[in-house]
Write a protein that binds this ligand. Structure first.
Ligand code: TRP
Ligand code: ZN
Length: 883
């Protein structure tokens, strides 16, 4: 073995496939170690391609058995079949039928790509390039075929057999103990959407009547015995199906829609046509095992995968550079769905927290890349926050620029023009240009330029001229491969908040009223003059986070407190508090590093107290306000010379101050929120729990015995996982018996439920104390942990590396060394997950020099290992900046 030298794949090199595949007939005979796959492909030369070409099919770790053309078996000299490809140098000149037989060992498949086993069941994962691990194929999304799949298996091992599309036929194979099922999917699809499942599964079922009156049979399949925990997922699916009809006019198109939950899965879930396969974390939930956040996550992911049926399956991507065509758009759609099911402002705040916490961080480091990358060495490494979350922001900006009606018209045009096609970003954006009659040429830079734009704002009020002047300057920082940038088209939603707290009319000098309150920046620097402004207003900029940018405005603390109290835009009310807290925290980080005195901001605490007392506000919103910037937020705002220990101390001091000074109000609010009503996962009750638990956490922040006892009592008495977990999380920050007892109790209570034990692993990995690394090391030896299961790895290793800033970034470098060791061990088993863990190092250049050197050494050590997967080598090379 050696490190695989991946050649770069470039968008500019795209050319259409030489051969097309019209139909695929698969016959898969499942067996734990010797699964036989017979593929029958009807091939024809692509009229859009050049002269007659050889047939070259992709493969990955395949064992060929036989190859035949039009019923005649090929002689060995007529083809070349290796583990990673099949070439037929001189195929027939016209259409022909290619039959290929391969043999697979699903039990040995630890990469969880292609056909593998999870808890004894068979399942597949083909996105992005997993189909080539099942049979030889032109494994690229612009080759779309109609699939018929026959699945055969031992009846006792796999009583349930599922495929894409509609069920056609099923039966026993007499005398063998085996049976079969045939599935047919009439919709042409790329190979990455292929799936099959076989196993001992039980279903929760329901039916759905579509807008045109067709009946669809729905099934959520889980490991036998877990059916009760599938009810919420099934309901969420029904709500998502209705919503897509109502909001986007999109109807489902098969007779059945099945979801299967598996315990071993590299990502969240997969949108295979008619047969979505899920990480069971995004299916299984009950009051006793799932938190409110888990329920919300299930609702969002179920919707996301379902929405892919139109944005991904019926309209797919021409090539993997267009990944954001389906992912950014589908994230936008699932965000909108959750907003309609829950609280729109709270959902927006939560989404922006995720964007800033992951995408802004990615954009600021060596792994930065455009929403549509132009080159990749390993496509699995581009399922990123930039492609998904920033991709969704780009779609949202189109809506902000066009307004809701024209946006919907653009979407309708996109569906009408591209149904059944493998499309590009140009195909998508041109629909909005046409529907909105706007020029989106400059807007296309959002897909091409990496980096988070920064906007500096200067405001001047002229009481005599009654004008408010905004001077705006934009700058896009350099990113790998993109040293200089062009100015972007940035939609900026804004308001001018008058002294009475009401919005003033927005009238632009020389233009008139501002449509929908949105101005569009297009130049490096520009000036906007608003007229009829007698008294100095406070500008509220980037309302609803109208663009994925950083805004640096010349607002005073008084201005920010004013916005926190009065802004009609809830997002910017929340943002004002965050900005106030952030500037205090940054001051205090500097004070700690220079051994100076900590500052206190009575105004900030007072503003928090006012919002806490305001009973007209949604509890979930107040909970967001109380949650001050995270250590990651502060590190990002600093951007350089990051000292995680100083950040932790500054943040802890502020939380202690809030806990001390607002103690009575926090206790009162917590009491008010704890209604004693029976648990329901709905947004309103979840919001009350979020606020009650945010109060508890701040009450305990100073470490007083009374508050710790309160948390211990809540832990013991909770009648739902949200309250129990919140109490445990609060306890986890305070060393002592209460914490250790609760942790021991938790293990005992939930030992049998791996998804719940993940919470226990994650919480311990995040304890910000010097003893945590040893604790995490011990936990890697615990029987509840396994390097083979991605959920366990993410819970323990991922939480430590990505969410424990002080301990991953220990001054002695031991945190880096530990994660490097784990990554190297994991790489031989599951490269995709190893590469994902390695991205924890992505901010290493922003660290203070001593830590920076130790992080670099750890990355270099990984890079120097004898054999690295393509996935891991790519992350290491780009992290070190020599990609
Ligand atoms: N398309 C999936 C989604 O809904 C992403 C995904 C699931 C995936 N499993 C994967 C991507 C495995 C790569 C590899 O977002
Ligand atoms: Zn997706």
């Amino acid at each position: 073995m050696r490190t695989e030298q991946a050649r770069p794949v470039r968008l500019a090199d795209y050319r259409p496939p030489d051969w097309l595949v019209d139909t695929v007939d698969l016959d898969v005979s499942l067996d734990p170690a010797r699964t036989r796959v017979k593929a029958r492909l009807s091939l024809r030369p692509n009229p859009a391609a050049a002269a007659p070409a050889p047939v070259t099919l992709d493969g990955d770790e395949l064992t060929p058995v036989s190859v035949a053309i039009d019923g005649t078996r090929l002689a060995p000299e007529d083809y070349l079949a290796t583990a990673d490809g099949l070439t037929i140098p001189q195929p027939p000149s016209g259409p022909f039928v290619l039959e290929i037989e391969t043999e697979l060992n699903p039990s040995a498949n630890t990469k969880l790509m292609g056909l593998y086993r999870s808890s004894g069941n068979y399942c597949t994962q083909c996105e992005a390039e997993g189909f080539r691990r099942i049979t030889y194929f032109p494994d690229r999304p612009d080759v779309m075929a109609v699939y018929t799949t026959r699945i055969e298996a031992a009846k006792d091992e796999a009583p349930v057999l599922l495929g894409n599309g509609n069920p056609v036929e099923a039966g026993d194979i007499p005398g063998t103990g085996r049976h079969y099922a045939v599935w047919h999917d009439p919709h042409p699809k790329p190979s990455y959407l292929f799936a099959l499942v076989g196993g001992r599964l039980a279903a929760r079922t329901a039916s759905f009547t579509t807008m045109s009156g067709r009946t669809v049979a729905l099934g959520v399949y889980v490991e036998t015995g877990k059916e009760d925990r599938a009810a919420y997922a099934l309901e969420a699916l029904q709500r998502a199906m209705r919503w897509d009809e109502e909001v986007f006019g999109r109807e489902y198109d098969l007779d059945v829609f099945n979801i299967v939950a598996v315990a071993d899965f590299n990502m969240g879930a997969m949108e295979n046509k008619g047969l979505n396969v899920f990480n069971d974390k995004y299916v299984l939930a009950s009051t006793d095992t799932a938190t409110d956040q888990d329920f919300a996550g299930i609702e969002a992911v179920i919707a996301h995968e379902y929405f892919h049926n139109w944005t991904g399956d019926r309209i797919t991507c021409r090539d993997w550079f267009q990944l954001c065509l389906k992912e950014g758009l589908t994230v936008f759609r699932d965000q909108e769905f959750s907003s309609d099911m829950r609280s729109r402002p709270v959902k927006r705040i939560a989404d922006v927290r995720v964007l800033r916490g992951h995408q802004f961080v990615e954009d600021a480091g060596p792994l930065a890349h455009p929403v549509r990358p132009e080159v990749y060495r390993e496509i699995n490494n581009f399922y990123t926050a930039t492609v998904y979350e920033k991709g969704a922001e780009v779609v949202r900006m189109l809506k902000t620029l066009l307004g809701p009606e024209k946006f919907r018209a653009g979407m309708d045009l996109y569906f009408a023009r591209n149904d059944g096609r493998a499309a590009t970003i140009e195909d998508f954006v041109s629909c909005f240009a046409d529907a909105g009659k706007v020029d989106l040429t400059q807007f296309m830079l959002w897909y091409a330029q990496a980096g988070t734009p920064e906007i500096a704002v200067t405001t001047t009020h002229d009481p005599h001229a009654k004008t408010l002047t905004l001077e705006l300057a934009q700058m896009v920082p350099p990113t790998p491969g993109q040293p200089s940038k062009a100015p972007m088209a940035i939609p900026l939603a804004l308001g001018l908040v008058g002294p009475d707290g009401d919005d003033l009319p927005l009238v632009l000098e020389g233009h008139g009223p501002v449509e929908r309150g949105v101005i569009v920046l297009t130049k490096p620097a520009e000036t906007f003059v608003f007229t009829g402004i007698a008294e100095r207003p406070v500008p509220s900029l980037g309302r609803g986070f109208s663009a994925p940018v950083k805004i640096q405005a010349d607002l005073s603390s008084d201005d920010l407190r004013f916005l926190a109290a009065h802004d009609s835009d809830p997002f910017n009310r929340w943002q004002a508090v965050q900005t106030l807290a952030s500037s205090l925290l940054i001051d205090n980080v500097a004070a700690i590093r220079s051994a100076g005195n900590l500052h206190h901001d009575g105004g900030l605490v007072h503003a928090l107290g006012t919002l806490l007392a305001d009973q007209t506000l949604e509890p979930a919103f107040v909970a967001q306000v109380l949650s001050i910037p995270s250590e990651g937020d502060i590190a990002r705002d600093l951007g350089r010379e990051v000292d995680p220990e100083a950040i932790f101390l500054a943040r802890r001091a502020l939380r202690r101050a809030i806990g001390n000074e607002l103690a009575p109000a926090l206790a009162a609010t917590r009491g008010r929120m704890r209604t004693g009503a029976p648990y329901g996962p709905d947004a309103a009750s979840a919001g009350r729990r979020a606020l009650a638990n945010a109060c508890l956490d701040l009450m305990a922040a100073p470490g007083g015995a009374e508050a710790i006892a309160l948390a211990a009592a809540q832990y013991a008495e909770a009648d739902n996982m949200t309250d129990r977990m919140a109490a445990l999380s609060t306890l986890s920050l305070h060393p002592g018996d209460a914490r250790e007892n609760a942790l021991a109790d938790f293990l005992q209570r939930y030992e049998a439920n791996p998804l719940v034990i993940d919470k226990w692993l994650a919480l311990q990995a995040m304890i910000p104390e010097a003893g945590t690394l040893d604790r995490v090391r011990r936990l890697t030896e615990h029987s509840a942990f396994s390097l083979g299961n991605p959920n366990r790895v993410r819970a323990l290793i991922g939480s430590f590396a990505q969410a424990n800033h002080t301990q991953f970034n220990r001054a002695d470098g031991a945190g880096y060394a530990f994660v490097a060791d784990i990554v190297l061990e994991l790489d031989g088993r599951n490269p995709q997950v190893a590469a994902r863990m390695m991205t924890a190092f992505r901010s290493w250049r922003a660290l203070e020099p001593a830590r920076r050197a130790k992080a670099r050494a750890a990355i270099e050590r990984v890079g120097a290992a004898a054999s690295l997967s393509r996935d891991l080598a790519d992350i290491v090379q780009r992290s070190l900046g020599d990609a």
